[in-house]
Design a protein around this ligand. Structure first.
Ligand code: FPP
Length: 225
């Protein structure tokens, strides 16, 4: 059997807080280092031949964190878009946003709309999950399907936030936790899963490259034999 390369990988970027705690640093520094890991990964995508990378940046449950931490994460988002948007455009990256992102602060929504427009011509996809929860995504898709008078699995799937993205091949979670935390529940139906102990700020393009090589050696059956 020939090797099948993964086209779409999603990552639950976990462990920023523990990375900082281990070093006696504030959580905000852990998140900053987490953004650097994102940047390294996006810049290292080219040789991996991946069509789409989806990152869980802010879940709909993350609002429950302290006001300071939510503020830090939102400011990191603002800074990241400002500093890295030219890089995306130069590197042929097309940005997608999944989740209920229109409910974020108006200035962030505006920045994201601009980023989506500027990167629309790119061929490598980076999907960022913002204010994302899978239950909410599925409920929104089901409501749209019902409105169209067609409540079937296919009709719901076609209305998920990921409808424009390739099928999910591999889902990775860092930091040793083994759960999906309401991320891509529908899309994960046939995805391979990889849980690794590395804390997110320590995650490098080499980790992803290794995961892609391991994926290529697995045999997927989709319920058949
Ligand atoms: C998990 O670490 C990480 C998050 C809740 C946020 C992920 C965000 C980033 C990597 C930075 C923002 C991203 C972009 C694209 C601007 P945790 O705080 O849950 O860590 P812990 O479980 O060790 O406390």
């Amino acid at each position: 059997m020939g090797e099948v390369r993964a086209k779409h990988v999603a990552i639950i970027m976990d462990g920023n807080g523990r990375w900082a705690k281990k070093r006696g640093l504030p959580r905000s520094i852990g998140h900053q280092r987490g953004v650097e890991a994102v940047r390294r990964l996006v810049r290292g995508l080219e040789p991996m031949g991946l069509e789409c990378l989806t990152l869980y940046a802010f879940s709909s449950e993350n609002w429950k964190r302290s006001e300071d931490e939510v503020g830090d994460l939102m400011n990191l988002m603002r800074k990241f878009i400002k500093s890295d948007l030219p890089d995306f455009v130069a590197n042929d990256v097309k940005l997608h946003i999944i989740g209920d992102w229109q409910a974020l602060a108006p200035d962030i929504v505006e920045m994201l709309e601009d980023a989506l427009a500027q990167t629309a011509g790119g061929s490598k996809r980076l999907a960022v999950a913002l204010n994302y929860g899978a239950h909410d995504e599925i409920a929104r898709a089901a409501a749209k399907a019902a409105e169209a008078g067609e409540v079937t699995a296919q009709a719901i799937e076609a209305r998920l936030d990921t409808a424009d993205l390739p099928p999910l091949d591999l889902l990775i979670r860092t930091s040793g936790e083994i759960r999906l935390s309401n991320f891509l529940l529908w899309q994960a139906a046939y995805a391979e899963m990889l849980f690794i102990d590395t804390l997110w700020p320590d995650f490098t393009p080499e980790h992803l490259s290794q995961a892609l090589d391991d994926f290529a050696r697995r045999e997927r059956r989709y319920g058949g034999r």
